[in-house]
Write a protein of this length. Sequence first.
Length: 350
Amino acid sequence: MRAPPGLHLEYVSPAACPARWGDVLGVATFNGTSAGALDGMTADIPVAHVSMPVLAAPAVCEVWRAGTPATSGRHQRVSFRRTADMLFGCIAITEADVAARTPPASGRPHSALHEATAQAYAEICATLDAQEFPHLLRVWNYLPDINGDADGTERYREFNAARQHALRASGRAVAGSVPAASALGAASDSPLLVYFLAGRTPPLFVENPRQVSAYHYPRQYGTHSPVFSRAVLLRQSGSLTLFVSGTSSIVGHRSVHAGDTAAQTRETLANIKALVGEANRVARGAHFSARELTCKVYVRRPADLPTVQAQLGEALGTGTQILYLRGDICRADLLVEIEATAISPLTAAA
Ligand code: 3EB
């Protein structure tokens, strides 16, 4: 069996992981799938171990394939694998290690999370510069205890400040031409984990007409806005890929439907549908439908799973691939967040 050309994404159980690894760019595992379970098989393929329980299914692997043979490499602490036009990378940094290396006695100016985030982004940007992949397309950020407190500031805000500083220091945009992203809370003893996809040609950046751009959020959400686009569209190798950022029950810049999981899920789906409509409007040849999205759904309270599932079933039907995870959302009043990917072949005419 040959993989079709172009980027490919699937969620599979570790046991069903493919025997054929040549065109696999990278893997993310959930549910604390032991490092060992994949080790023998994955050889030098980057694996991002996300410390987040899978809901309603056993352990799951998120597998990104390129459709053409890939080669692996390492730059500082970034493990990566690439083809001629796509690069997958991941980096994990333990805050305790950062703190141990820079004891407070030496006048550490920032929290360990700030330091870990700055280092992760500096090393990611250095990797992309060295490999000549200038365009960060999609980034997944998992940080422990995201709603907790770091020296008097919410840890997510601390992360935002460090991410923005590091991107600017590496000469990158902090608004407008910025990657799609997700930022979620993982288990409290886990490292800061960042994995990403990068390309050689610029994508289209898509914003949601129902929402203020995250990089323009007012200061009530933190001194430094989150740096991400609502979605990114990539035209490459005969296909069109839509990366939808983590999306929540936010209208304008405000969280809506506090405490109401069903309503938050419906609002989130309305946001995703608006974004898909916007992508179809701005990209020649795009005919995406919400029903063909591959989704990752983060649920704060496991007991809310049936409520969330019912809303998704109603809105998306039964044909979509959906992975449910237990995770903390970056605003304390949000109960659910959904990210998505769609890959569609481009016809010659498009
Ligand atoms: C939001 O819309 C919800 O900080 O990278 C979604 C996607 C969210 C990405 C990020 C945060 C991020 O603001 C939170």
